[in-house]
Design a protein around this ligand. Structure first.
Ligand code: ZL4
Ligand code: CA
Ligand code: ZN
Length: 395
């Protein structure tokens, strides 16, 4: 009814596994896989599926997971009992839980955990394959984006690093991949995985406070190990920010930094993590970004005209996550000016979208906006530092 048609000259694909959304981390855990259902509901009620190739993805295989993760970790992940199940008294395998950081409050063991992880990874691997074989130019995997997982360790709600798996696929057919991370947390797992290669440049924008904000890494001077013959040195870029950053400041930073990186690194593909916890009003986040400012990052990347995977990530206020990711899906398709701002009447769970609009104002979201602790001088310094790092890259 909004006459949403396929974009001319390029293909957008949407990769999802609806089974994923049925999993629960636990009653009060901030990560709600159900936010993906809310996102899909909004995308569908605007008619966007007509303009994309829609894939119901299969779970990733053991071999695919094993392309980054260690076998002993995967084996443990596959057999660990859920928290609420009594353990075998003779074999309380607590050692594995400690070793792999499983079973705490951040990374609980829950029913169907391994299936959930393989499904999330499957969406990202599938998206990467479609980019590689030329069947898609912008591939969307909102079920992925779990950037903290390490080779042998769960971390910060992440068990399998689907982004690393996706980038490894892209590296089979593209010489250089640019990873960009706009989640409010530092993309430490992806950064670390590619520390020793100059074929992947990682850039994370995040709230940074070493002793009070997770994971505490990603300072301005952390640019990859500068050991003697490490080709990956200078290929990790970090943009540490303070509370309350606004759309205007963020867009200026994003364009100054990504524009310069594009000139020097000349990526052949982009992997963009769109964690929605950088939005104002997020349960865990600290920024003042609106749906428009968050989406401007996607729009800027799209204009570079390079094949791109778009991943999800964090996002702990489901209605805001769904708004941002639906808006960003519309940007990928190029129909953002055709869809009305008002949430369509027939949207399932419409009552969740208090304020009835895709673009609520800061006042609607927060009442009182959070104090902005980012000075123009500091933002200038950050851009300056990044430009200096880039003298070591490319040409
Ligand atoms: C919760 O309410 O900073 C987990 C986690 C569970 C339910 C009830 C248990 C209450 C907030 C967070 C105890 C919770 C204690 N429940 C959590 C150092 C910490 C140790 C754990 O967006 N406690 C750890 C991880 C971060 C820490 C952020 C972001 C992922 C991503 C990509 C991961 N961990 C302190 C916190 C709750 C909980 C409430 C929580 N955990 C907030 N921040 C963290 O980048 C997907
Ligand atoms: Ca980030
Ligand atoms: Zn996050």
């Amino acid at each position: 009814e909004y006459n949403i048609v396929r974009p001319k000259g390029y293909t957008v694909s949407y990769h999802a596994n609806p089974e994923m959304e049925k999993h629960h981390f636990g009653q009060t855990h901030p990560m709600k896989p159900w936010r993906l259902t809310l996102t899909k509901s909004l995308v569908t009620s605007y008619g966007m599926p007509f303009a994309m190739d829609n894939y119901n993805t299969r779970p990733a295989t053991y071999e695919e997971l094993n392309s980054f993760h260690a076998s002993d970790y995967l084996d443990y992940l596959g057999t660990a009992p859920p928290e609420d199940q009594p353990r075998d008294i003779d074999n309380p395998d607590k050692a594995g839980e400690v070793k792999f950081n499983l079973g705490g409050s951040d990374c609980p063991l829950f029913h169907g955990l391994f299936d959930y992880c393989s499904m999330s990874a499957g969406t990202s691997v599938d998206a990467a394959r479609k980019i590689c074989n030329g069947q898609s130019d912008i591939a969307i995997a909102w079920g992925g984006g779990l950037h903290h997982a390490k080779r042998s360790e769960a971390s910060g709600f992440c068990y399998i690093n689907d982004i690393v798996l996706g980038i490894l696929q892209l590296l089979r057919c593209y010489p250089r991949v640019l990873y960009i991370d706009i989640d409010v947390h530092h993309g430490d797992g992806v950064e670390e995985a590619f520390f020793s290669t100059d074929r992947v440049m990682t850039v994370s924008f995040h709230k940074y406070h070493p002793d009070s904000f997770f994971p505490g890494t990603g300072g301005l001077d952390d640019n990859g190990p500068k050991s003697e013959h490490n080709p990956g040195a200078h290929h990790a870029i970090n943009v540490p920010l303070n509370d309350g950053i606004t759309d205007e400041q963020y867009s200026w930073l994003f364009e100054s930094i990504i524009g310069k990186i594009n000139e020097h690194f000349r990526p052949s593909a982009i992997a963009l993590q769109c964690g929605a916890d950088s939005l104002a009003g997020d349960r865990l986040g600290r920024f003042n970004l609106q749906v428009q400012g968050h989406g401007a990052c996607v729009e800027y990347c799209k204009k570079l005209g390079i094949p791109m995977i778009i991943f999800g990530g964090g996002g702990y206020t489901p209605r805001n996550v769904a708004r941002a990711w639906a808006h960003e899906t519309s940007i990928a398709i190029g129909c953002q000016n055709k869809i009305p701002e008002e949430i369509p009447q027939h949207t399932p769970w419409r009552e969740h979208f208090i304020h009835d609009t895709l673009f609520p104002t800061l006042e609607q979201i927060l009442g009182e906006p959070r104090a902005n602790r980012n000075t123009p001088k500091r933002l200038q310094e950050i851009v300056q530092h990044v430009h200096e790092q880039l003298r070591f890259v490319g040409h």
